[in-house]
Design a protein around this ligand. Sequence first.
Ligand code: GLC
Length: 487
Amino acid sequence: MRTKPEMMSQLRPAFSELNLSEGFEFDTEIVTNEIKEDCKPLLLSNDQLTTIMKDLNEAINNGLGKRTNPSSIVKCYITYVQDLPNGSERGKFLALDLGGTNFRVLLIELGENNYFHMDSEIFKVPEAIQIGKGTELFDHIAKCLAEFVKKHKVDNSKALPLGFTFSFPLRQVGLTKGYLNSWTKGFNCSGVVNEDVVRLLKEAIKRRKGLNLQVTAVLNDATGTLMSCAYKTIYSKNCFVGLIVGTGCNACYVEKVENSELFDGDKSKPHVIINTEWGAFGDDGKLDSIRTQYDREIDEVSLNPGCQRFEKMTGGMYMGEIVRLIIVDLARQNKLFEGRISEQMKTRGAFGTSFISDIESDKANYRETLKVLNEMGISDPSLVDCANVRYICECVSRRSAHLVSAGLAVLLNKMNEKSVTIGVDGSVYRFHPYFHKLMVEKTKQLTNPDINFDMMLSEDGSGRGAALVAAVAVRDESPKINGHSAV
Ligand code: GLC
């Protein structure tokens, strides 16, 4: 008979004494019942997910409607991207990618036969800049750009087209004009909300002097991801969704122009990419029935309380912190580590989301879990502690994957295309060992059975995508090569 978990916890076997076999698979049987009970609110049933889908679908429709948009929580911004790459894009393009703690500059060359070459450089955006003055943020961007141009000896004699991936909610009024609605993730720079970020970028470039660039597109990372995936699937031409599960969480999709009531662009083309900004879903209370005390706590102490509630349950900026709050709460109730909590564990933000991926990647003997717990100042957890911590991580990542799947199913059912490729990027999707599998499984259950879909890692979506949107914009300015749009 299996030793009772509670008893095992008391016995606290040392790891050296354990003789677990290699090829270890996580066995939830030793997870204590009270931990399972406490984690139950994190496990969402298909009924709950279906209700969420209904509400999200309604919120997206409200975002698309002229009359309903102003009060809609999910904004469904029009991107003005109407053409996917068709392989005829040529030339050199610069791309800027701002959306998290790292800022990137890229130089991309597109040539014959899908020739693709990329040089890129990562620059930090110090926290002081993330929450400082807007002009300082854009001056920092221009400074990094100037360094890049110099270092990579970019030919500055003629204006290079530049795509600017700005991964925040942007109310776009054209391909090169967009007003910031609100900051999300860890940013809160003054003087940018309600301003045209392309104008701010151009002004900073001007202040720098000596940079010869033409901003030809501003876009979101989800759009970039869709474009980058579309470039890879040029022959199947069915990449209609871009998804980010990284620091933040967002999706865009290809919508019929006729359904996008606010669209005032080229109506001779049938489609346009919509940036849903679904991270804000739930800000009107629609997720309240599934939000836990930990979600509420995360929200209350965040830079943007009351905002981005769906994102705060799914994005990498928050998942690790949710796990930490649960651990601390359960340890305080003596359900973990015999009630001992380290200073590290009490520190906000100390449990990064990458720890969830590490713990769930454990192949043998809770080695990774132990490493993470040691790093968090818990030096002698019991076997059951390790199993419990892993269980908590699984519940949090599963919930994220299932919520995102519900969102994807809404988009797939809505588009009702028979075959769709979903381009996905973001650190959670990329590094979590089962996120892809969890999403495919759940999305299948929630999507109409006659719709087929594939999920594809869209490598470096936000960078490549920016260059591709810029390239398509430049391509379409010159006479069309093959005379038809790719969407
Ligand atoms: C946040 C931003 C959104 C972005 C997402 C992923 O939700 O508001 O624009 O796409 O993070 O980076």
